[in-house]
Design a protein around this ligand. Sequence first.
Ligand code: HEC
Ligand code: HEC
Length: 294
Amino acid sequence: MASESEKPAVDAVTGTATTGHEWDGIQELNTPLPRWWLWTLYLTIVWSIGYWIVYPAWPLISSHTTGVLNYSSRAEVGQELVKLAALRTTQAAGLANASLTEIKASPDLQRIALARGKAAFGDNCAPCHGGAATGAAGFPNLIDDEWIWGGKLDDIQKTILHGIRWEQNPETRVGNMPAFGRTGMLKRDEISQAVEYVRSIAGLDVDKAVDLGKGKEVFAANCASCHGEGGKGNQELGAPDLTDAIWLYGSSRQAMTEGLINGRGGIMPAWSARLDPVTIKALTVYVHGLGGGQ
Ligand code: HEC
Ligand code: HEC
């Protein structure tokens, strides 16, 4: 290697200084690093030093250097969570202090209630009523405007709070469709007559071989007390309207006959003991807003 005092040898072909290393006549050139590369390197060094000063960087024995900004991503998340919790508390207080009608009347409260209600519906109600609340046989569609137990805000809230035929809840909604066939209240042909009569008032196809006059008599004597003279139903008793095209158990003869033989009494759990009042309010506003609210 060339000593400090010596001028480094220069390669004749490239004009570049050599390192002085030579193997079998081959000399090593001492090509300088490109300028742009060096400057980038210096820049990153300066940057990293700045970074160490400003942000947490070096591990210490039990902690780390905190940096002059005192930044911590964990603290940042913590602050966001505190803000969110505060927002949720104010929102819940807003819903708790307002009546159902006040919530409906205030666009802000309604927006909050709908968001909360939608989430709670997905968690608690969708297994029976379906994610889109369109129901299934035995589980009512909640987006149409037929209500078995009433579609006003207070009616819906009562249904949710106390359930339907939910024995554990003393305020639950009660009213059953009797098992006319099983208990021998009606004979088989009377059941067929009643079924055909119901089909006639519902605008469904009717079996001409069955005496509708008899069916009308059977209906007046056995059914009108709950379903009403004209079959329009009674929300106090949970007896559905039999004249429209909406059927809880289906419009087939088989479904109707089965109901007349064995009775019906769908059960919906009460939520007063399972969900807090604010969530129940939010659910009420949500279900009411699904399309059929009255
Ligand atoms: C275990 C199944 C089940 C669950 C869970 C359930 N429901 Fe129901 N729900 C029913 C049944 C069954 C009926 C119809 C009862 C009947 O035959 O009258 C009903 C009826 C209703 C009605 C009355 C509809 C009308 O036409 O009057 C409302 C409102 C309602 N449910 C809302 C809810 C809400 C909100 C939730 C969630 C908190 C929920 N349900 C959870 C089974 C369920
Ligand atoms: C004591 C009251 C009561 C009487 C009497 C009664 N029903 Fe019902 N009926 C109900 C109730 C309540 C339901 C709804 C059951 C449910 O939600 O699970 C119902 C449901 C029905 C349904 C099914 C409706 C649907 O949407 O799927 C039909 C059909 C029906 N009744 C016909 C009759 C006929 C016909 C008679 C007379 C022979 C009769 N009911 C007598 C209370 C009554």
